[in-house]
Design a protein around this ligand. Sequence first.
Ligand code: ASP
Length: 301
Amino acid sequence: MKYSLIIHGGCGQVNKFTKTQQKAFLKSLKTIISAGGKYLKKGKSALETVEYCVQLLEDDPLYNAGRGSVLSNKGKVEMDASIMDGSNLKAGAVAGISKIKNPVSLARQVMDQTPHVLIIGQEAMEFAKKMKAPKKPVSYFITAKREKQLLDAKKKGYFGLDHGSKTGTVGAVAMDSNGNIAAATSTGGMVNKRYGRVGDSALIGCGTYADNQTCGISCTGIGEDFIRTSLAKHTSDLILHKGYTAKKAATEAIKHFKKRISGYGGIIMIDHKGKPAEAFSTEGMIRAWVEEGSKPVCKLF
Ligand code: ASP
């Protein structure tokens, strides 16, 4: 099989970005998609590649994941992440965690080291300690931009996507040359969210899904909308039951999402033939993809 990779850095009012901000996102996307493409070319698996790409996105404070995560109504960072292996339908996830440098890797350890799929809050932190997951002080995660964003949100009574203020949740989907598919998503959640709220990014079938027989998917947008429509699994089912291509499945899924509940968000995916696709109901979505033998493509709209 030919390998392929698609990543996202969130969706929303990307049209309100300044030129400088647009350039910064495009530069970051280009670096990360190129690094991910090289990783697959070297023979790394889809699973290793999505974890690697999401780590790079988490480490970049431009995005709402890992370093640079948005703040909850208590001024805290509470991160969610998940990962799924389409070859065996194994999955791992964490929710409501702090101080962990790379939440996606802790999700991977939940998958690899426990019989469970999702571990939350304090228990997840204890598990991280056992796994010796790299930690960082709170100051590493919280940027001045996020503190100001929370103050503004509180003044306006705003609860919402980070992308009004121009960044977002991250995700990656890959197919390796063995035809295996994997997907991963990581987020700080929504600005001014209720302390303890968990979004779609931690939930398999909602924000993340992967099955070699259908596709891999990572979602971004209002988490509650994705949970209420189980959109990642819904999209996979369109391929399973209707035989849609990636493009058709993505388009139809977002159509359903919008029509049924005025859903606000976007998805990236790769189908079982290795074809990447994306669709969104938002003004824009920060995304990039690469297919074996072609140059990477980076897009904001
Ligand atoms: N889906 C994420 C959440 O609801 C937010 C985002 O995509 O930016 O937690």
